[in-house]
Design a protein around this ligand. Sequence first.
Ligand code: NAD
Length: 257
Amino acid sequence: MGLMDGKKGFIFGVANDHSLAWHIAEQLHKHGAQLAFNHLPNPKMERRVRQLAEPIGAKVIAPCDVSNDEQIRACFHQAAETLGPLDFVVHSVAYANREALYNPFYKTSRADFLQAMDISAYSLITICNQGLPFLNSGASVLALSYFGSVKVIPSYNVMGVCKAALESSVRYLAAELGREKQIRVNALSAGPCRTLSAAGIDGFDKMLAHYPTKAPLARNIESDEVGKSGLYLLSELASGVTGEIHYVDAGYNVIGW
Ligand code: NAD
């Protein structure tokens, strides 16, 4: 018996095989879950996601820009029609205009701020709202965050503010959806991992070099460690856990000097 046998869920945020969402998906698949995926609505991204998702038997691979509520609703509709009611949702999506990450934070434009917030934080709220009718009682929702939400990390800028909003949203959503439908909502706060999004952060290599000098485990994390912790939070093993920001960062966040 796999830990996720009979469980079905939607994964938002696979871009390629380095994506943290893909590492979570691999673990879920390995443990018996059936998965549905979104891709950004363009042929290149569709091809990339299909290349990964079809070999693991995904029957739903739907276009969705998370700034579009209609597209989010269509994803859940299609998944529920094909798979039935869902047991989990992964939100592994973030975006900020390059300028907002390269310029000083105080120069963040209103347009860049609102776009980053919309795609990286508000999308979790609307995904929960649009997804609620299609989720089983006891379902689990997981978002991906980073330590820049609570501490200043060079060049993380507006994304740090987005992650603060995302983490706060996790707590509010957990409080409401737990009472409404026994739905759990948590976030993983991952240490730095080489992905497409990480490549957009100035000084990311410095971050990777710095973590082992401070982290209790004296190393960086592997992306599959995010996958394994994701599996835990989405499975029955974490049935009593909600509203949590769970660090997967080799312990970096506990060090104060
Ligand atoms: P990634 O680039 O593989 O994933 C980001 C995803 O967001 C991509 O699939 C991209 O298509 C999607 N996306 C961007 N704008 C979108 C939109 N408008 N609509 C729909 N999808 C959109 O990079 P990743 O590092 O795997 O990022 C996944 C999550 O993990 C993000 O929330 C990121 O902030 C978080 N995170 C990453 C790290 C890291 O070091 N890589 C650390 C902590 C947290």
